[in-house]
Design a protein around this ligand. Structure first.
Ligand code: LLP
Length: 420
């Protein structure tokens, strides 16, 4: 099951917080995150890397709430960012800009300028065109931008096609066979300083092999680049380690890294500065989304359980047919239950949170959608003019409101009627 989540006297708790109480106090839908689960997930990486030079850069797109960033910043984490907005969040949360790496295929000049001014640690560059622009922007500021080139190791991450990024035919990274030429170009540009190499092969990876394969290919490239006289100071292996949603069995972070480091040592690269960019594996199983049953709607072919959370609040099922376990906040021992599709109020057939779930529920009961710490709230929208849910971070028996529920005022604050 999900760490820190358990029933006591038939009532669901996250750490020592009674979730029904939180739902009553803050309303639903409500995101609740466990500080302990996040720190434990981070600790698994830290154990795996004990005694090594490693910078863990939390891929904050997974969950960019300020209090979550603050938690990781206080543990010494850096951040993998993909926009100027994310950089502002890191700074607002007290993160160290020197530990920020900037990924993404479409950085604007304005974002490059902003990141250079903040003094970020590294730009992960994804194309030759971007190299030229970054060099120009940096040179115009009298600076040299620290760069890594994101290479595409062409390994199959064996995950959902939308979140597999390391294969040919993907928009990400520089093809393996063009890497050396791209590094040679980077080394000539006046506004750049080559510092490392980067890859990211996909997300929700539950096997060891893709990581091992990517490592071998990366080290082949490092050897070729250094043979050409360009020093690679750090190696960034990206993120991508999966979590257990529905019986998935990804390797544990510490065990996986023990293997990868053994291979790194065997190839003579054990002393290198390393970077990683984990997102989902640090926060995914630290969160739940609480929702209330509005109506039960028996049907000819299906029974529907209509709840007050929807695809705008938690888009993964609608977008990827992703599975999230759904459990009651209060268990009813002995109740048999009925098979339901759990659906939201949004006017789309794709608005479902779970299909064919056995639940013993009545209107007014509350449910928890599990494994909702990563890519859930962060991917939410206000579609159907639904204000964003509140968020709570629990720490033992203490619950901190880390995001107030949005009001309708915020929904159209920036809109204007046309004057007559
Ligand atoms: N680094 C880069 C360059 C990335 O693009 C990503 C995720 C990460 C690191 C973090 O990967 P993670 O450790 O979280 O797997 N919305 C999708 C996932 C999209 C992942 C995008 N990139 C989902 O809900 O499954």
């Amino acid at each position: 099951g999900q760490p820190q989540l358990h029933y006591r006297d038939q009532s669901l708790y996250l750490e020592d917080c009674h979730l029904t109480d939180l739902a009553r106090k803050h309303g639903t839908p409500l995101y609740v995150y466990s500080k302990g689960a996040m720190l434990d997930a981070l600790a698994a990486y830290q154990r795996g890397f004990a005694g090594r030079r490693v910078q863990i850069c939390y891929a904050m797109k997974a969950n960019s709430s300020l209090a979550v960033l603050q938690l990781f910043a206080r543990q010494g984490c850096g951040f993998d960012i993909v926009s100027g907005g994310e950089l502002e969040r890191v700074l607002a949360a007290g993160g160290d800009p020197a530990k920020v790496i900037f990924s993404g295929v479409g950085k604007t000049r304005a974002e490059m300028h902003q990141a250079l001014q903040a003094g970020i640690g590294c730009f992960n560059v994804e194309s030759e065109a971007e190299l030229e622009v970054l060099s120009n922007v940096a040179a115009s500021m009298g600076l040299r931008a620290p760069v890594s080139i994101r290479v595409n190791p062409n390994v199959d991450a064996k995950t959902h096609p939308y979140i597999s990024t390391g294969l040919k035919g993907n928009k990400f990274g520089i093809a393996h066979e063009h890497t050396l030429a791209t590094y040679q170009r980077a080394a000539q540009l006046p506004g750049l300083r080559v510092v490392g190499i980067d890859c990211h092969i996909g997300s929700q990876i539950t096997e060891e092999t893709p990581f091992m394969d990517a490592l071998e290919r990366m080290l082949d490239l490092v050897a070729a680049i250094e043979a050409a006289g360009i020093a690679i100071h750090h190696i960034d292996f990206g993120g991508g380690l999966g979590i257990n949603y529905n019986g998935d069995t990804p390797p544990a972070a510490d065990a996986l890294w023990a293997k990868l480091l053994a291979r790194l040592d065997a190839r003579g690269y054990g002393d290198r500065q390393l970077m990683i960019e984990p997102g989902r594996s640090l926060v995914g199983n630290a969160g739940v989304c609480l929702t209330e049953v509005l109506y039960l709607k028996p049907g000819e072919q299906k029974n529907f359980c209509v709840v007050d959370a929807a695809m705008n609040d938690l888009p993964r099922p609608a977008m990827y047919q992703a599975y999230h376990a759904i459990v009651p906040l209060h268990q009813q021992p002995g109740a048999e239950g009925t098979l339901y599709d759990v659906v939201g109020p949004v006017c789309e057939s794709g608005d479902w949170l779970g299909r064919d779930r056995q639940l013993a529920v009545a209107p007014g009961d509350q449910l928890a959608v599990l494994s909702a710490g990563a890519y859930c709230s962060a991917m939410g929208s206000t579609y159907n003019s639904r204000p964003r849910p509140a968020e709570v971070l629990v720490d033992g028996a203490r619950a901190h409101l880390i995001r107030a529920r949005e009001g309708v005022v915020e929904l159209f604050r920036n809109e204007r009627l046309v004057g007559g």
